[in-house]
Design a protein around this ligand. Sequence first.
Ligand code: HEC
Length: 96
Amino acid sequence: MKIITKSLIIATTLAIGAQATPLYTKCVACHGTSGEKAALNKSLIIKDMSKADFVSAMKGYKDGSYGKDQKALMKAQVTTLSDAQIEEIASFIVKK
Ligand code: HEC
């Protein structure tokens, strides 16, 4: 019984973990599984950004108020994301 309970907890944890990520799936190729890579050797390490900086960068790409020389590329990534979805990705990727 104990073993069954334990594996249920693990399965649930895995399911929740997987659920937190679908919006981030398309970012992995450039930013790494957990935001640990500098995309195209250009971007900041996004997991080390503060949540406020992350969210304002994402919204800035969307409305054109933020970005460096590769900003057109990021604009294409964020145009379809709502503010709520940006918050959701931030909660997954940013630890502080
Ligand atoms: C095709 C590669 C690529 C994909 C896919 C991509 N990014 Fe980026 N990202 C970049 C590059 C390159 C930059 C630097 C852009 C610039 O010059 O402003 C960047 C910048 C950022 C920044 C700001 C960091 C900084 O340097 O100021 C954030 C935050 C970010 N990306 C999040 C995401 C998220 C979240 C996704 C998925 C929804 C995503 N990116 C998808 C390549 C990518």
